[in-house]
Design a protein around this ligand. Structure first.
Ligand code: FES
Length: 320
C-alpha cells in the first residue's frame, strides 16, 4: 500500500458510475494491487479532492469486497468538495484517501435494526445491509429509504433485491411536505432494536424528536456527505473576534468558518466536518453549541471548532 506523508493511501479510481440524478459512485483499489485494509459497516474515509479540500464519505461497498466504494452527490450549492470530486475525477485517476474510521457501527448484541435513510444518506446503511445479511445469526432489518422521487434514489434496486418484501420501504415525497413519510408508527413503541439514521438535517431532527423516549444508546446518527453542521433549527448569531473587535453575523446555513473566510479573515481548515482539529479557536465568551468530534468535555469550556459548531447564546467571542 502506498502512503503519502500524511498517512493517506494513494488509491486508483477503478470506476466512476452514475447511480442516480447527481449521484456518482467511485470504486477505489490500491495502486499496487495489494489488498485494502478491512473496514466495518458504517465506516467512513477522508478523501482529498482535486481542489485540495478533505471531505469525509461513508463507505457504501460491502465490507467483504476487495475494493472500497463511496457515493457522492454533486451539490451545486455546497462548499465545493462534491463538485470537485464529481466534476474533477474520472476513472484511472489517483486520489489520496484516509484509513477507514467508524463512529456508526452496529453492536454485535443488537437483536434487530431500524435503518432510516434520506437521499444520499443511504450510503453508510448500504454497507450495514451487506454486513447484516452475512451474519451467522440473522437479525431483523427494517429499512426505510426516503427520497424525493425515483430519479433521486441511488441503490434502490439493489436494496429491493437484498431486502425483499416488507423489510424495505422506499417512499418518495416529490418535495411536498404533506407527502412526507410518517415514521411515528415505527418509532412510537420502544423496543430493543437499534435505530440508525443518516440523511438531511430535518430528517435527523425529526428522528431525534421521535426517539427522545428511547435509550440513547440505541439511537445512532451519521451525517457525512449530508453536511454535518447544518440543522433546520439553527438560528443566526453574532461572532466577535476578540483581538480586532470585528463582528460578523452567522446566518442559519452558514458556518463561523465560512463567514470569517468570506470576510477575508485567515483561518486554517481541512476536513470542515468537525473531525480533524485544524480550525480550533479559543472561546472567550458566550455559550457554544459544540458539534465536533474532536474536543474533550474539558476542552469545550475554552475552545471551539468553527467549521461545525455554533452558538446557543446570541453572541460568541472567539480568539483566532
Ligand atoms: S476543519 Fe477539521 S475540525 Fe474544523
Amino acid at each position: 500500500m502506498v502512503l503519502d506523508g500524511d498517512g493517506l493511501f494513494e488509491l486508483k479510481v477503478l470506476a466512476k458510475t452514475q447511480l442516480a440524478k447527481d449521484v456518482f459512485r467511485f470504486d477505489f483499489a490500491s495502486v499496487d494491487a495489494l489488498p485494502l485494509p478491512k473496514f466495518t459497516a458504517g465506516a467512513h474515509v477522508a478523501v482529498k479532492t482535486p481542489s485540495g479540500m478533505m471531505r469525509h464519505y461513508s463507505l457504501c461497498s460491502s465490507p467483504f469486497e476487495a475494493h472500497w466504494s463511496i457515493a457522492v452527490k454533486r451539490e451545486g450549492g455546497g462548499r465545493g468538495g462534491s463538485l470537485s470530486l464529481v466534476d474533477g475525477v474520472s476513472s484511472g485517476q489517483i486520489l489520496l484517501v484516509g484509513p477507514p474510521a467508524n463512529n456508526f457501527s452496529i453492536p454485535e448484541s443488537a437483536p434487530s435494526v431500524i435503518l432510516i435513510a434520506g437521499g444520499i444518506g443511504v450510503t453508510p446503511l448500504m454497507s450495514m445491509v451487506h454486513e447484516l445479511l452475512a451474519r451467522l445469526v440473522s437479525i431483523a432489518i427494517k429499512f426505510v429509504f426516503l427520497t424525493r422521487d425515483a430519479q433521486s434514489s441511488p441503490f434502490s434496486q439493489t436494496l429491493r433485491e437484498l431486502l425483499p418484501g416488507a423489510s424495505f420501504v422506499l417512499h418518495h415525497d416529490y418535495g411536498k411536505p404533506d407527502q412526507q413519510f410518517d415514521l411515528w408508527p415505527l418509532l412510537e413503541k420502544v423496543s430493543r432494536a437499534h435505530v440508525f439514521c443518516c440523511g438531511p438535517a430535518p430528517l435527523m431532527d425529526s428522528v431525534r424528536d421521535m426517539t427522545g423516549h428511547w435509550p440513547s444508546s440505541q439511537i445512532h446518527f451519521e451525517s457525512f456527505g449530508v453536511n454535518a453542521s447544518i440543522r433546520s433549527t439553527d438560528e443566526a448569531f453574532t461572532v466577535t473576534v476578540n483581538s480586532t473587535g470585528a463582528q460578523y453575523l452567522v446566518e442559519p446555513g452558514e458556518t463561523i468558518l465560512s463567514v470569517l473566510q468570506n470576510n477575508g479573515v485567515k483561518v486554517a481548515s481541512s476536513c470542515e466536518s468537525g473531525t480533524c482539529g485544524t480550525c480550533k479557536v479559543s472561546l472567550i465568551e458566550g455559550t457554544a453549541d459544540h458539534r465536533d468530534m474532536v474536543l474533550s468535555n474539558d476542552e469545550k469550556a475554552n475552545f471551539l471548532m468553527i467549521c461545525v459548531s455554533r452558538a446557543k447564546s446570541k453572541t460568541l467571542t472567539i480568539e483566532i
